[in-house]
Design a protein around this ligand. Sequence first.
Ligand SMILES: CC(=O)N[C@H]1[C@@H](OP(=O)(O)OP(=O)(O)OC[C@H]2O[C@@H](n3ccc(=O)[nH]c3=O)[C@H](O)[C@@H]2O)O[C@H](CO)[C@@H](O)[C@@H]1O
Ligand SMILES: C=C(OP(=O)(O)O)C(=O)O
Length: 420
Amino acid sequence: MDKLMITGGSPLEGEVRISGAKNAALPILMSTVLADGPMLISNVPHLHDVTTTLELLGRLGAEMTLHEGMAVEIDPTKMDSFVAPYELVKTMRASILILGPLLAKHGRADVSLPGGCAIGSRPVDLHLNGLTAMGADIKLENGYIKARVDGRLKGARLVMNEVTVTGTENLMMAAVLAEGTTTIENAAREPEVVDLAICLNGIGAKISGAGTDTITIEGVERLTGGEHRICPDRIETGTYLVAAAITGGKIKCTHADPSLLDAVVVKLEECGADIDCGKDYITLDMKGKRPKAVSFKTAPYPAFPTDMQAQFTALNLVAEGAGMITETIFENRFMHVQEMQRMGGNIRVEGNTAFSQGVESLTAAPVMATDLRASASLVLAGLVAKGTTIVDRIYHIDRGYERIEEKLSQIGAKIKRLPD
Ligand SMILES: CC(=O)N[C@H]1[C@@H](OP(=O)(O)OP(=O)(O)OC[C@H]2O[C@@H](n3ccc(=O)[nH]c3=O)[C@H](O)[C@@H]2O)O[C@H](CO)[C@@H](O)[C@@H]1O
Ligand SMILES: C=C(OP(=O)(O)O)C(=O)O
């Protein structure tokens, strides 16, 4: 397994080009199953999860052509398999996003039930309840979700008990080809849900209200093929902004969308950063300053994202003062804290809150984490630690960050990938 070797102490300075969003690319690539012609998807990030998604689509019989500049053309018209096998689903929970499109388009889907993962149990009951309410017959057999429907799914009123991002996306994708109108109440408002709706509306779907908590989908009989450009990754952007803030540097993130980062920007300003936003860039200046500790609770968009919690936990380790960070989305998302303690962080977890008291400096250590953002937060801690930190098991990082070591090196980090 590859590792990252980071020697801390250099303030980061320069420009980073932000990639397309993982969490938009995955549902949008899955949604191509619904189309009646080829789809050209651009600004696709080069990530392990994207490769897994393309492998899944290939196994289902979709034809794919890769174009220059991270665009992929997907022709789903000759699909002849409806099974998402365990060996793919176990490496990527988001494989569940194939369920809605397959069922809506082909009337059948066998999708391995995703297990829990390092950050929590992550059930998919709300996806299944919604599809059942739309007329699907769903059984669990031998670890697989076996979903069937005779003819088209039926539009329904779906009231979600919890705000679920992939649940909203799965049901929205299922509803676009259903007979009649579906409403999703208490829907997720995340920008990636909006990007998916834009993509689907571009090929003939009738979705309104994406980005609010009530989404209405008028089912249509067919969708055409078409084109879509994936929106910028707000979590990647936030991670690089924290990298500059934690090292007392100055950074410009280009090809970004600052309008998706309001809650994160508020906290960066609170920690002392000067921020400037343009239409497609965001700069952060923290030169010569030590960050001040921040406190917040994670919650669904537009509140502070759980996917940025670990990175700010790292920032608080070296900040001036006490910080209190509460995780409300996932029950086990502080796996990074024990590793941070090994680097000299003065931090403890009680219940779902991490309490920290900033220290002047961290010390390097060999560390590893069992999820994506936790691993990224250890890289951030390594950027300010005295000495050389080795972050193990970085396949988690490769699920969600495109060429992280190259992008960080370009802005002055001393970071190297150590191949297995
Ligand atoms: C590929 C993708 O987009 N992943 C994102 C998505 O994950 P994902 O869509 O899996 O996360 P959800 O929004 O579904 O999870 C939110 C909460 O709802 C619960 N829940 C969810 C579904 C369900 O059927 N039953 C249920 O109880 C979950 O356990 C969790 O406590 O949103 C998360 C929350 O912003 C992000 O951290 C992930 O990066
Ligand atoms: C939790 C995340 O992703 P996933 O839902 O793909 O596991 C994440 O992007 O931080």
